[in-house]
Design a protein around this ligand. Structure first.
Ligand code: 8ID
Ligand code: ZN
Length: 357
């Protein structure tokens, strides 16, 4: 039976403090429309995006009261009456599924037809414009949840739903090929540590950039060939070039929530190289030197999460044992402390919260 109320972490208003509520309403099965489902969550990753949402520091604001979270894994416990055979062709009642940032996209518009579901004008964003995964039960959409392969635990699958999908798509957008050098600023964080692994499994050579011994050790353990500490480097451009055959990396996948991490990319990239913008510091500006962008034939690409197929592929690669989330498991009640750790740059890899059952 589905309870009427649940425990949920709520941000009551923009920039407000997080509250754990025990009487937040549960969407009842009878309220589900065709194509919708109710997911009983087991766990959820905490993405830096959730912190941006809580702080309201992006130009597009989240809806409040906000139930954040968009890296959830759980079981479909109810399906909207009238859901079609097509709705139920990939998942059904009882399926273990992942909930990603893109909770809903119409699948019919020009952007959806082109595979740019991220840019669907009717989209709903989990933990931003529709209730997310920092709760026990959340409404989702059969067309957009992702089936989780049996051999990946829910804890390990959770962060693949945002961090994993996003960096997998970003690497595809980088056009880097086997044997190419790429640089990953933010390599010790949630997105970055997964980016290192997807990159290595693509045959890329990884120069990792972050700060602290822990993040250095993790980056190297996960397959980065070299590491540079951005806080201690005296000349980052020179150090990056020196570390990559003197010519610079073919691509930079910037996963840091910090505009500084973008600042010198045009200078250190190899001619013909690609800057892939992933990290989303609120209000950040890309200051690219036009002359050298042209003169070096540089490409600048924005990469925004991934579509349904990207999610399936990102999980598939993990299912083959090539990528594993480095995570600290904590209770939902630790969400506020996790945000604090993230602000201070102390979270290595990901924090994944267990949902009270
Ligand atoms: O679709 C997208 N583009 C997408 C999807 C998901 C998340 C974008 N994001 C955004 C988030 O909103 C956030 O702005 O990516 C950014 C990183 O998210 P995250 O990986 O969840 O954050 P984290 O775990 O805090 O890791 C960030 C790492 O960056 C390092 C930090 O030390 C940390 O390890 N870092 C920073 I801050 N400044 C750096 C710098 N100048 C840096 N590393 C290298 N150089
Ligand atoms: Zn995210």
């Amino acid at each position: 039976t589905i309870p009427k109320t649940q425990t949920a972490a709520i941000v009551p208003h923009l920039g407000g403090d997080l509250q754990i509520k025990h009487d937040y309403p549960v969407v009842q099965p009878s309220q589900l429309k065709p194509g919708e489902c109710l997911v009983k969550l087991e766990c959820t990753g905490v993405c830096h995006t959730d912190l941006h949402a809580k702080q309201g520091d992006w130009p597009i604001k989240p809806s409040v009261p906000l139930v954040g979270g968009h890296e959830g894994v759980g079981i479909i416990v109810a399906v909207g009456a009238g859901s079609t055979e097509a709705d139920l062709s990939q998942v059904k009642l009882g399926s273990r599924v992942g909930i990603k940032w893109l909770a809903y996209s119409c699948l019919m518009c020009e952007f959806c037809r082109k595979g740019l579901e991220q840019n669907c004008e009717k989209n709903l964003l989990s933990g931003y414009t529709t209730d997310g995964t920092f709760c026990q039960y959340t409404k989702s959409w059969l067309s957009n949840v992702t089936p989780v392969p049996d051999n990946i635990s829910s804890l390990e699958a959770a962060s693949l739903m945002c961090a994993g999908v996003t960096v997998y798509r970003a690497l595809l957008n980088s056009n880097a090929h086997i044997g190419d050098w790429i640089v990953i600023p933010g390599s010790g964080g949630g997105l970055g540590h997964l980016a290192v692994q997807y990159a290595v499994s693509m045959g890329l050579r990884v120069l990792a950039i972050d700060t602290s011994e822990d993040k250095k050790n993790l980056s190297l353990k996960l397959g980065a060939e070299k590491f540079i500490d951005f806080k201690t480097s005296k000349n980052l451009v020179q150090d990056i070039r020196d570390a990559t055959d003197g010519l610079g990396p073919l691509a930079a996948i910037v996963t840091a929530a910090n505009p500084d991490a973008y600042a010198e990319a045009i200078d250190y990239l190899r001619p013909g190289g690609t800057l892939v913008a992933v990290g989303l510091p609120g209000g950040g500006k890309l200051a690219a030197d036009i002359f050298f962008t042209v003169f070096k034939s540089i490409k600048i690409v924005g990469s925004y999460v991934g579509n349904r197929q990207d999610a399936v592929e990102a999980l598939q690669i993990a299912s083959l044992g090539k990528v594993k989330t480095f995570l600290a498991k904590k209770p939902l009640s630790e969400l506020a402390a996790t945000y604090k750790g993230m602000e201070e740059g102390k979270v290595v890899g990901r924090v994944v919260l267990e949902i009270p059952q």
